[in-house]
Ligand binder design. Structure first.
Ligand code: AMP
Length: 277
């Protein structure tokens, strides 16, 4: 496994790879969710590259950029045994040198949900992923359904800009008690961590209601909110029931539908979703 820090080194390493290259962009502090993407890439490609870069331009003022968890040694120990070929760990200056001024924006799909709560977030994501694609030149790239809107936006970006690669979205990996894995889960106190299972429980409740024939989203959102509100430390940021491809809110469910939500525990925003087909 080769660890490279500069764009020049990454491009040189890429030139040495003859065959298909799978790419998994991450912000590090890896968990099984990230590793599931890497394993799939290893399975589907001749070579696999992983990037670890906490992208400053996707964080808003007052967000957790400076305290985002990191442990490069641990990340490398997790990646080595699953046959990662290249790990790209650039500095902020390498990606955004002084005088940097170019941005990539996907419109409309970035307006609702996370886009409305985190202005500028998706512009940062699409810009950095575009840059990473240009540097790594992957055949396929892998993203998690956990960040459903992000996966949709990046798929649209690749399509609209005729990028010569495939964007693949893989299922959310969960803890045994249902909590979606996230690097940010380490911010939770043990009491918050226990109560956080309410998020996946509310999504399962929504699916059960749908399976029993409920199509009215107000009824579903009401029951989900009731369940979450039983947990004293949980504060609902939003619960959305929207078209899985256009992210338009639905009053009556018309599948495929994305139920997505953010629940806050203190300052920690926990994001989760399911798709109804
Ligand atoms: P991050 O490091 O949070 O930027 O995530 C890097 C990639 O891993 C993104 O494509 C995420 O959607 C994906 N990811 C994060 N958590 C999970 C999870 N629990 N299951 C599957 N993929 C995930």
């Amino acid at each position: 496994m080769k660890v490279v820090k500069t764009i020049a080194e990454m491009k040189a390493a890429r030139r040495g790879l003859k065959g298909t290259v799978g790419f998994v962009p991450t912000m590090g502090y890896l968990h099984e969710g990230h590793l599931s993407l890497v394993r799939k890439s290893v399975e589907e490609n001749d070579y696999t590259a992983v990037s670890i870069f906490v992208n400053p331009t996707q964080f808003g003022p007052g967000e957790d950029l400076e305290k985002y968890p990191h442990d490069l040694e641990r990340d490398l120990d997790l990646l080595a045994p699953i046959k990662t070929d290249i790990v790209f760990v650039p500095t902020r200056d390498e990606i955004y040198p002084p005088g940097y001024m170019t941005w990539v924006t996907v419109e409309k799909l970035t307006d609702p949900l996370e886009g409305s709560r985190r202005p500028g977030h998706f512009r940062g994501v699409t810009t950095v992923v575009n840059k990473l694609f240009n540097i790594v030149e992957p055949t396929r790239s892998y993203f998690g359904q956990k960040d459903a809107q992000q996966a949709l936006v990046l798929t649209k970006m690749a399509l609209d800009l005729n990028m010569p690669l495939e964007v693949i979205t893989l299922p959310t990996v969960r803890e045994p008690d249902g909590l979606a894995m996230s690097s940010r889960n380490v911010y939770l106190s043990s009491e918050q961590r226990k109560q956080a299972t309410a998020i996946s429980r509310s999504l399962i409740l929504a699916r059960d209601m749908f399976d029993r024939g409920e199509r009215n989203t107000a009824a579903i959102k009401g029951k989900m909110a009731e369940l979450i509100e039983k947990e004293p430390l949980a504060k609902i940021d939003y619960i959305s029931v929207a078209g899985a491809y256009d992210l338009g809110e639905q009053d009556i469910i018309k599948t495929p539908t994305l139920i997505s939500m953010v629940v806050k525990f203190g300052k920690t925003r926990l994001l989760d979703n399911i798709i109804l087909k």
